[in-house]
Ligand binder design. Structure first.
Ligand code: NAP
Length: 316
């Protein structure tokens, strides 16, 4: 099969397009013919070797954890799908080698869900990783309820764009931190308050909006933004980060609960997201598409750290 892969860690020049063996589904697995693969920051971090201590990695390594495609064949002991079914999935397996920048992948059935009927393959491939991350962060770790408030740091990227929409759909008040060029975009997604991190101290602007602090700060950026964002949580509230596992230091005396989230595959949550998408409550937000052969260009764009919404690769 055609695939984009690396044979050692390194920069974008390591991305190679070539032929690799087509995988065969084991018991409990389905094989998917991939039509489109979402591009995420984790893809370039894996390419550089930054996650090598977290999961076993093997070469040749195909990056990519997001897909939309169709069921191609079934392994033994599978029951939920038939060949030809249109599906989408978050494809993180326990070992990093067989990703989604390829024509085929095999996955446990439990990772896979039916594709939203109103999205094409490109749109559907933009959903799983970011929307599952936002869902598990806001609702599982963050326990966000109707009528509560959330401040999302790094709100215009892949995860943030999903989080703003999901929080609004839940009935929460949303403040969103990004550069000023994304203010109108975030308002259109449902943010009540947009704050530009390039214009002075964002804590002051935030405080003019909600002086007592929000129920939940959701950190999608880390570093100094997280350090200052902590001050925007109300006493007794919550802080969730998807970037910094150590981000909760110094919060205990204010009775603030901290959780670090690393997104898990879940076909049940993908089913729930599909219902929201088909009802028009959650939209795919795509800023650029590239052919598989142009994966290096897609990595250049995602590495810059200013993607609005998502980048997706077309798999021929
Ligand atoms: N733990 C997990 O399970 C998990 C899952 C998904 C992602 N992640 C991580 O979460 C992070 C976000 O992912 P993503 O896909 O949303 O990334 P992305 O699409 O690249 O979005 C980056 C966002 O950060 C904003 N930003 C840039 N500089 C900023 C600053 N100084 N202060 C505040 N915001 C700033 C950008 O806004 P502007 O464009 O306006 O600058 C944009 O909204 C990445 O580090 C990714 O690896 C973790």
């Amino acid at each position: 099969m055609k695939a984009c892969y690396i044979e050692q860690f390194g920069d974008r020049s390591r991305l190679t397009i070539g032929e690799l063996p087509t995988p065969q589904p084991a018991a409990g697995e389905v094989r998917i013919r991939i039509h489109a693969a979402g591009v995420n920051p984790v893809d370039w971090k894996i390419r550089e070797g930054y996650l090598n201590d977290l999961f076993p990695h093997h070469f040749p390594l195909i990056p990519g954890w997001d897909l939309a495609g169709e069921i191609d064949s079934l392994g033994p002991d599978t029951s939920r799908f038939k060949p030809g079914d249109a599906v989408y999935a978050y494809a993180r397996k326990p070992e990093v080698q067989h990703g989604t920048y390829a024509e085929y992948i095999t996955l446990p059935e439990a990772y896979v869900a039916r594709k939203p009927a109103n999205l094409d393959m490109i749109e559907a491939a933009s959903i799983p990783l970011t929307c599952l991350t936002a869902y598990q962060s806001l609702f599982d770790a963050g326990a966000l309820q109707r009528g509560q408030s959330v401040f999302i740091l790094g709100a215009s990227g892949g995860v943030g764009s999903a989080a703003v929409q999901l929080a609004r759909h839940r009935g929460a008040r949303v403040a969103a931190l990004a550069s000023g060029r994304n203010a109108a975009y975030l308002t259109q997604l449902g943010a009540e308050k947009t704050i530009d991190y390039e214009r002075g101290d964002f804590i002051q602007t935030f405080g003019e909006w909600m002086s007592e602090g929000v129920d939940l700060v959701y950190d999608c950026f880390g570093a100094d933004t997280l350090a200052r964002g902590k001050m925007c949580v109300r006493d007794g509230g919550r802080l969730v980060s998807i970037v910094d596992p150590e981000g909760g230091a110094g919060l205990a005396e204010r009775d603030i609960q901290f959780r670090f989230v690393f997104v898990e595959p879940s076909s049940a949550q993908l089913d729930e997201l599909r219902e929201m998408i088909e009802a028009g409550d959650l939209k795919a937000k795509i800023t650029a598409t590239f052919d598989l052969d142009e994966a290096a260009k897609a990595h250049e764009m995602i590495e810059a750290g200013h993607t609005r919404g998502k980048i997706v690769l077309r798999i021929p």
